[in-house]
Design a protein around this ligand. Structure first.
Ligand code: HEM
Length: 297
């Protein structure tokens, strides 16, 4: 059984915490503390908590529960010195609630629970912007798999190592909104590859090959489109703002290929969006199944 929060849509306030294992602390104790976060996990507390572990840490403590191909994040390089940085931490907790107050309380409770074993390295508050738009104004999630298909994309199927687990990519992107919004509407739409008002995909003759959508539609050798399940939110204030990109897969190379295509690693073509937003962080986390996590509680 996957952690239910992965698929619990509709919450508007989010909190992301990254933890580093303290020197000398046992990874099993950190996992145990995260696995024992029973109280906030209950829906009555008004929040969902999704817990992730660095692939290297999780593989060391539970090799049979680790999805194949899950690896810690390494920087992704593109042409002209372009680089997506790696800021891999030991563990990740994602709190999602109806309001900021509940997200805040539960995030504090999570940090307190792991304090003997880990230090809070990063924290970001996220929010839902309008009708699930990015703060650029574009709808985010149009081509996301619907909930009845999402588990197939996000969760390792039964019978394989790490059944019920996912691998999450977590990347904080800071937007240059002033620059993006100074473009004419048609040029903004050419960055994404969809219309801004109603998220209609541009016709092939209008959609540049380096638009975000054109770069992100990828296929396997048999011609099947490779999908991930995205759960991003917006973050920040007036001075600095952007998107906390969060996506889940049961096939880690899919996310790696998408990032490499954004950076232009193989063909030198950088996703046009990368000229208007830059990644400040980058990490992968294994989101173990509920039973795999419970063994440490
Ligand atoms: C600055 C950060 C990003 C922004 C603002 C952004 C925004 C968007 C928008 C507006 C769309 C079109 C609507 C939709 O289908 O959701 C989209 C599509 C998509 N994005 Fe992103 N995105 C960002 C980063 C990423 C990253 C890092 C990845 C993958 C690693 C990614 C993967 C995708 C995929 C797979 C699609 C759907 C493509 C399709 O099937 O048409 N995005 N994104």
């Amino acid at each position: 059984m996957p952690q239910p929060g992965v698929f619990a849509l509709g919450t508007r306030s989010h909190y992301y915490l990254d933890f580093d294992l303290l020197p000398g602390a046992a990874p099993e104790d950190l996992v145990g503390a995260l696995a024992s976060l029973d109280e906030p996990r209950r829906t009555t507390a008004g929040a969902n908590v999704v817990v992730g572990l660095a692939p290297s840490l999780w593989r060391a403590v539970a090799p049979e529960d680790c999805p194949e191909g899950a690896v810690d994040f390494v920087p992704v390089d593109g042409p002209d010195g372009y680089r997506m940085p790696a800021t891999q931490h030991s563990a990740w907790a994602w709190v999602a609630a109806a309001g900021y107050d509940a997200a805040f309380d539960v995030a504090r409770a999570c940090a307190a629970a792991v304090r003997p074993w880990a230090v809070l390295a990063e924290e970001t508050a996220g929010f839902a912007y309008r009708d699930s738009r990015d703060i650029s104004g574009f709808v985010d999630g149009t081509e996301n798999p619907p909930l009845d298909e999402a588990p197939e994309v996000a969760t390792v199927p039964d019978g394989r190592a790490g059944a019920g687990a996912s691998v999450a990519l977590v990347q904080r992107w800071e937007h240059d909104l002033a620059r993006l919004s100074s473009l004419a509407l048609a040029d903004q739409e050419a960055v994404i590859g969809r219309t801004k008002a109603d998220s209609v995909e541009l016709d092939d003759d209008l959609k540049p090959p380096d638009s975000h959508v054109a770069r992100m539609v990828i296929e396997d050798e048999a011609g099947n489109e490779l999908k991930v399940f995205r759960r991003s939110t917006s973050f920040g204030g007036v001075r600095a703002h952007g998107m906390v990109f969060v996506a889940f897969t049961n096939r880690p190379p899919t996310l790696e290929v998408m990032l490499a295509r954004m950076a232009g690693t193989a063909d030198g073509v950088r996703d046009r969006l990368t000229y208007f937003s830059r990644p400040l962080t980058g990490a992968y986390y294994v989101v173990p199944s509920v039973p795999a996590l419970r063994r440490f509680a």
